[in-house]
Design a binder for this molecule. Sequence first.
Ligand code: FES
Length: 105
Amino acid sequence: MAEIVVTDRDGREHRVPGKAGLSLMETLRDLDYGVAAVCGGLCSCATCHVYVAEPWRSRLPAMQDDERERLGQLDGYRPETSRLSCQFRFDQKLEGIRVEIAPDE
Ligand code: FES
């Protein structure tokens, strides 16, 4: 089964099943240690912020202007790894993806 490796805000690692076709946010918001996703995926709250390392980072769809704008407003923004998890869907090419939940802001 395709899985996602999630590092929570306490640095603990968890392995959770990936759900193909859903945004990563939709999986992460169901976890006690996941994301708040206040806007429900409308790219307006940035509470689904995660850090995605390579090689998965380069497999994600290109970032659109609104996502870049939201991320740029965050103290925890890291240009090399920050993404909003509502802006891409989990699929087979992301199997084993490692994401770290960004700090609350
Ligand atoms: S859920 Fe609000 S920006 Fe992603």
